[in-house]
Design a protein around this ligand. Structure first.
Ligand code: F6R
Length: 240
């Protein structure tokens, strides 16, 4: 695992964009794993700029998103499907039919997870983007999630519900369940880029990079990955 410390959020977003642009140039039909949340917004802005300047194209790219809330339709403004359109897909030349996200509004959630897992196994990711939760979660793999887990239905922890409440009108509106890519599926990506910014991420960054690999910090398993980089701002790196 490599750790790169940047001055601030802008530098983190630039460093991440450089990696994604390089991959898009090297392999125009690459398979990307993408994340939602506040952290990747700067990266997505940079990728939109690169597309507008014709430095990169997404027309042959396939995207798999990490997770989705249960019970929110794709058109719901707080759904992750909606987030991806409004923050990236609507501004680039991606073929929406090649963008995938677990179906949190499916009638049969277990079947939806199985289908997503099948798709993932047929489409290995070249590059996987991750954020990290304040409790060390990756995607919605909360502490003590199985390292060999696949896409599945999970119940969110109180901490994650609190953290995500800022994006809803009230904490009561935050769905309590989600579908998430499993740790083994995240780990299967050829290259992994994890971004973390802000002092509230410092303990999770410390637990996942300095302490041994432990199930109470799901991101710590990334220490075992052959090609994984953590790109941090100074605040997120402040306990290292
Ligand atoms: C989002 C996801 C989550 C976030 C994490 C950090 O698809 O899988 O694990 O990456 O909760 O979120 P932010 O970036 O909002 O701090």
């Amino acid at each position: 695992m490599q750790v790169k410390i940047c001055r601030d959020y802008e530098e983190v977003s630039r460093a991440a964009a450089d990696i994604f642009e390089k991959e898009l140039k090297k392999k125009p039909n690459c398979v990307l794993g993408l994340a939602t949340g506040t952290t990747p917004l700067g990266l997505y802005k940079n990728l939109i700029k690169a597309y507008k300047k014709e430095k990169v194209s997404f027309k042959d790219v396939t995207v798999f998103n990490l997770d989705e809330y249960v019970g929110l339709e794709k058109a719901h403004p707080q759904s992750y499907a909606y987030f991806m359109r409004k923050n990236l897909f609507d501004f680039i030349d991606i073929n929406l039919e090649r963008t995938f996200i677990p179906d949190g509004s499916a009638e049969n959630l277990e079947a939806a997870c199985g289908e997503y897992s099948d798709l993932l196994s047929k489409n290995p990711r070249d590059l996987q983007l991750l954020g990290i939760g304040g409790n060390g979660h990756i995607a919605f793999n909360e502490p003590f999630s199985p390292f060999d887990g696949k896409t599945r239905l999970v119940t969110l922890t109180e901490k994650t519900i609190n953290d995500n409440a800022r994006l809803f009108n009230s904490e009561n509106e935050v769905p309590k369940r989600a579908l998430t890519m499993g740790i083994s599926e995240i780990f299967a990506a050829k290259k992994i880029v994890l971004l973390a910014c802000g002092k509230e991420k410092a303990p999770a960054v410390y637990n996942s990079t300095v302490l041994p690999v432990l199930p109470d910090c799901p991101a710590s398993v990334l220490q075992r990955h052959k090609d994984c980089i953590f790109i941090l701002d100074e605040l997120a790196a402040s306990m290292l």
